[in-house]
Every structure is written in structure tokens, then in C-alpha cells.
Design a protein around this ligand. Sequence first.
Ligand SMILES: Nc1ncnc2c1ncn2[C@@H]1O[C@H](COP(=O)(O)OP(=O)(O)O)[C@@H](O)[C@H]1O
Ligand SMILES: [Mg+2]
Length: 637
Amino acid sequence: MIGTSEAVAGGEHVARELARDVQLAGGPKKADPRADGSVGVTMFDLPGSSDLGVTVLLGREQLQAAPSQSLLRIKSTDGKNYLGVVSAGPFAEPDGLRADSDILKAVATHRGDYLPPYHGRVQVTILGEELKDGSLTPPRLRPLPNSPVFVLNDTEAAAVLKCGGDVRLGLAVGHAGVEVGAPSTSKSVFPRHTAVLGTTGGGKSNTVAGLVARARAAGMAVVLLDVEGEYTHLHEPTDHAPALSGLSDRGLSPQGVPAGAMSVYHLTGRDTTNARHPNRKEFSLQFARLSPYAAMEILGLSEAQQERFLKAYDITKELMRDLDIFPQKGNADQQRMALENDEFERGYPRMLLSLLMDVVGACLARAEKGPKEAKGRGKGTDDDDKDDAPPAFEYRTAALRTPEGKGKLATRVSAANPPGNAISWRAVIGRLARLNRAKVFHDEGGTPPMTYLNLVRPGALSVIDLSDSGHSELNNIVISDILRGIQDEQERAYAAYESAKAREGATAEPPRVLIVIEEAHEFLSEERVSKTPVLFEQVAKIAKRGRKRWLGLCFVTQLPSHLPKQVLGLCNSFVIHKLKDPQVVTMLKRMVGDVDEGLWDRVPNLAAGQAVVSFPHFARPLLVSVDPSAAKLKMSD
Ligand SMILES: Nc1ncnc2c1ncn2[C@@H]1O[C@H](COP(=O)(O)OP(=O)(O)O)[C@@H](O)[C@H]1O
Ligand SMILES: [Mg+2]
């Protein structure tokens, strides 16, 4: 048996021998300087490894250094650099034991205080090989095992993600110092249309509030079709407690849109959710702007009713010439407009709903005469004209209350020889009367129609409050009217711009317009579009034209599956808040390219205000924590 002192002496001897061997071998192994500052190393591949996936192992102290969605640089030992993003993890795994080994389970469940040594693991999706000039290229090889891995700092990450822009949206998850936004002047972002999607409570309205405020501040003309009246207080700073603390965490402060730059519009005779807004404006609709074909769709007329509607429409046009309303005698411009008007696009200039109703009324009166009408058909004698004398009711149109006006109407109706059938005529007048009862169409001496030019002023935010419009029929008319009006103004602005440029060289650019349509599924539901193709065709046209005319549409909906595929197909930017329906997610996967599975997996569980965001200027889609709105939203709870 060896004594204690002998054992100590033996131990010292071994240590001395070891130190000598180490010296002989060239001293302790120096850490690879290439690995300085690394958080982990790449692992060997497994049979199930995929081309763009790499597993990275992290030391215990680095376990949380590479959070989800953070960007990594892998310096492969063959000298190539790769950039990747953490698509799963970080996970913690025990060294040398399976996490679910019996012994670890037993220790844990018996509250033993044994914690084995452990390490971290993250799954990384490779974005590309980083070339010397910093550009990314699809990789031909993969990082070698045991290559050091580094986390990009925020400046580097921002440069790689290319996700900035003056219309700030929020911060990148994984790189909380990286701002995410969209450039307000780029033709390839807003004018290529945006969709903001997510279930109720996902954070869409908050996102929209931030978006419109920032876009306006960036000098865009922003029009917000506010179906619920949620945005009528945006000129006030927010007082919502969670928003206040969220803003201060981000170094932002509560702030309303400058009151002078914001207007709240509502239909004449309808309420607004903020009657005290300093720039509240009532407006009426112009029947003259509504294509008769769109009108028939909206009114849901049968074939027989459509025939009569169009007949009355034509009579009304002729009567307007007779009454010198439009085109007026000697006005060449108006003569040309009357000839060139495309009724699939818009209604007849200056036509009032009340006048059309008077004409339909006269046609109905004629049809009601039944046999007499049949007898007189086609002859067009003076006698017939007397038979067609207007009924006892008072005409809505002042000009028709004079004997002269009555005569002109009678002559036109008689000459046109409209089809009979009082029932159909009564149905047409019934539908028109229903529209008229809404009392929103511009009439002689009533509330003036919208001045569209005001909607396209740079830096203006126009909230169109539709919360009290009652039926969606009316909303559709308003929305299509406003889209049309803005498009016309924009065409005009471009024409003026082109000619000014030709004359004087450089001149101020036409406005950049953003139109946000809340609850877009109500206006453009798949079901509705099949019934109202003319209306949809208008939207599609505006969308296509929008790219040339700097007119961006932004569709907001909690029911993306109710939107026709073509509508989402128009969009190139997506802000996807929480969405639970797996079918909807599957549909979006096909529509929104480039979003990796790891991101899609998170969509059903996103917190309010988080969103998967894909914009054309981004290097890749991102998970974004959207800024709380600095301006006040009317909470709809
Ligand atoms: N970016 C955000 N940050 C923090 N909280 C948010 C954010 N967005 C939304 N929320 C919270 O979620 C709630 C619902 O948001 P909202 O924008 O009204 O959703 P949606 O319009 O999709 O129904 C808000 O009242 C707010 O408290
Ligand atoms: Mg909402």
C-alpha cells in the first residue's frame, strides 16, 4: 500500500511530466483567431439534412446569444462566408445524454438538484453565400462542420435585410435595433399594392393607423376608407395605456396627425364617429359618376328591368340636351365629352338621379295606360303626345315643372317608345327610390359632391367615415366613386406634369397617393365580384393603372379567403398578422413567395402587433413587431 505523501509526490511528478510534454509540443493550443467573438460552430450533417439548413451548436454561455430570426454569419473553414437566419431554436440539450433519458427524467421528477452540463442548438436557414463585395449569391456548397458562427450586429443586419424606409412600420424581431419600413418614394413598393391581413384583434387597425400617419408625414396623399369609423380621432395623440408604454420602450412619443393635415368626410345626412373633428366635411355622391352598368349591378336589376333602366337612361341623356343641361349649345368641349363618354367606365356627365327618376316616372305613367299605349305605339302623332302627358305627380326636376319642360319630356318619351309592362317599370323606380331615400346623391341645391382634388394633396390624410352609411350597397357606391374620382385627378395631374415638363423642364412631381380600404372583403367579396363584375373591373383597372400613376391600394381584411384571388394577386406587399385558419395560411403560402416554413409556422400564434411582413424591397420576409400607433384609434370594443 502506498502512503499519502508518496501519492502526492507521484501526482506532482505526473503534472511536471505533462507540462514538459506540452512545452515540447509548442505550448497550449491557441484559440483560432478566426473564431474570436463567435457564438457557436456548425455541426456535422445528418442523413436528413437539407441543402439550405444547417445546425449550429452553441456553448452553454452562448445559449441565448442567437435568438429566433437573428442573422448569423458562418465563416466556413474553407474560407467561404455564408449568411443565415435562425429559423428554429435556440434549444438547450444536455451533453452526452438524451434530453429524455430515464436518468434525467428521474432526477427532475424527484426534484434532485443535478443539472448535467448542456449546450445550445439552433437551426439555421442559409440565405446565401456572402461575396467579398457583400452581395449574396445562392450557395453552391455548404459550410463545413465546426466552422465558427457569428451574430450580425444591428447595423450589419439592417444592411443585409434592406428593410428600411421612411414609412416606418416597426422593429425586426431577432434584431430589435433594426427598423423596418417602406420607402415612400419607391415606385416598386406602395404603387404595387399592399394587403394587411389578420384575424380580429391581430393588430391590423393599429398597423394601418401607423402606416397612414407615416405615409402622410412622408408627403403622400393618403385616403382611408374607414368602414367602422375607427380612425376619426387620429389627430389626437394616443391615450391607450399599453400603446403609451410600448411607444416609450421604443423611444417614440404619442402624437396625433397634425389637425390641419387631416380631414374627416362623411356622407350627407349620415353621422360620423367624431362630429367634433376640426376638419369635418359632408359630401354627397354624384350619380353622374356612376356607370349605369355598375348602377344596375348594385341595384340588382333583372334583365327586363335593365332593359327599361337603360332605355330611361338614354331618354334622360336626350332630354338633358333638349333642356340645355348637357351638352350645352355651342360648348364644343361638352359635345366632345358627351360623345366620348364610356358608360362602362362612368355615368353621363351632370346626370342627376332625380332627373332619371322623373324620366322613369314618365315611362311608368305611359306603361300604366296599358291598351292606350299599345294603340298609340310607333305612331308618334300629336295625339299620342297628349296621351303621354305627364302624370299628376310633381316632378323632382325644376325644369320639368314648366309647361315647356313637360312638353320636351313628353316628346322624348314618346319618340323613344319605351317598352311597356308597368310592373317592371315600377320595380325600376322602386330601386331608384330606395337609392334616392338614402339621400346621399347630389341634387339641385343640395350638399356639394366631394372635391376629389382635395384628396390628392401631398401630405393630406382624408378619412372617409362610412360607419353610418347603413347598407353595403351604399358603401360600394362611395368606394367606387372615390376610387374613380381619385383616378381622374391623378390622370389630370400627370397630364399637367407631362406638359409642364415638356415646356419648362423640371417641375414638381405629381402626388403619390395611397388608398386604404378597410374591411375590403365587404366591398370586394368573391361572391359579390361575380355579381358585380363591372365594379371589380374598375378596381383591377385602377390597380394596373396605379403603377404608372403613383396610386397605391392597400386592402385590409380579416377574411382574406373571401377576397377574390385576383385582388390578392394584385398585391406585392403583405403584412400578415395572426391568422388561425390553416386553409387561409395555405392559400397565402402560394401567394406570398419566399416566406420560410419557420415563419409560416408562427402565423397562427403571433401576438397582437406582430406580423410576418413581405415587401418587394426586403431581402427576405421578416417577422416584425409593429410600433403601437402614436395617434389615437377609436377602440371598437
Ligand atoms: N403593434 C402593437 N403593439 C402592441 N399592441 C398592439 C399592437 N397592435 C395591436 N395591439 C393591441 O391589440 C388590440 C387589437 O388591435 P387592432 O389593431 O384593433 O386589431 P384588428 O384591427 O386586427 O382587429 C389593440 O387594442 C391593441 O391593444
Ligand atoms: Mg380593425
